[in-house]
Design a protein around this ligand. Structure first.
Ligand code: FE
Length: 200
């Protein structure tokens, strides 16, 4: 679990850490199995919640309005809430603005919608460089943002966790919510990637 600059570890987090350490020390679990489990939450289970939120916003304009007005409440409509998701702000990518997220102090991240933060998100180089040179960092992720598009960097604060609502790609007209959700990557919701048009 990532640390949280807003508060000490909760009792449950301390217990989870203690249990994990004990199980590994006793040889009852293989650290590789723990890593695999974390990987699953980082890439598969976690971000799928956020992907469903994005797909709903793409297909339901009223939901999108509610999501941008009060992220926490609208995300809860789909059943997602909890630690590090208590105060969510959803920022929308448009043809004029590209948003990207960071926690410059540590690794604050919206767990209920994105799962566990990737290692690079917690790394000092990402945290410092994305603020100074967001376009350069985005380029390293293979994401080109045109000069006329404004890049906004959102730094998680004591109160807020952000999530990016990416642009819906062309060529997805008439797609179902479930089909659209499949297209949405974790990185697109952090803002270091765009959602690619299908077949690209
Ligand atoms: Fe933090």
């Amino acid at each position: 679990m990532g640390e949280n600059h807003t508060r000490p570890l909760s009792e449950i987090e301390i217990r989870v850490k203690a249990l994990e350490t004990l199980l590994i020390e006793k040889g009852l679990v293989d650290p590789a199995a723990v890593d695999a489990l974390i990987d699953t939450y980082e890439h598969k289970v976690g971000p799928r919640n956020g992907a469903k939120v994005v797909a709903r916003a793409w297909t339901d304009p009223a939901y999108k309005q509610r999501l941008l007005a009060d992220g926490t409440k609208a995300i809860l409509e789909l059943g997602y809430s909890g630690i590090q998701g208590e105060d969510m702000v959803v920022v929308e990518n448009t043809p004029e603005v590209h948003n990207v997220l960071v926690c410059t102090l540590c690794s604050c991240y919206p767990w209920p919608t994105l799962g566990l933060p990737p290692v690079w998100y917690k790394s000092a180089p990402y945290r410092s460089r994305v603020v100074i040179d967001p376009r350069g960092v985005l380029k390293e992720f293979g994401t080109e943002v045109a000069d006329e598009v404004k890049v906004k960097v959102w730094d998680s604060t004591a109160e807020l966790r952000y999530m990016v609502l990416p642009e819906r790609p062309a060529g997805t007209e008439g797609w179902s919510e479930a089909q659209l959700a499949e297209l949405v990557s974790r990185d697109a919701m952090i803002g270091v990637a765009k959602v690619a048009a299908p077949g690209k």
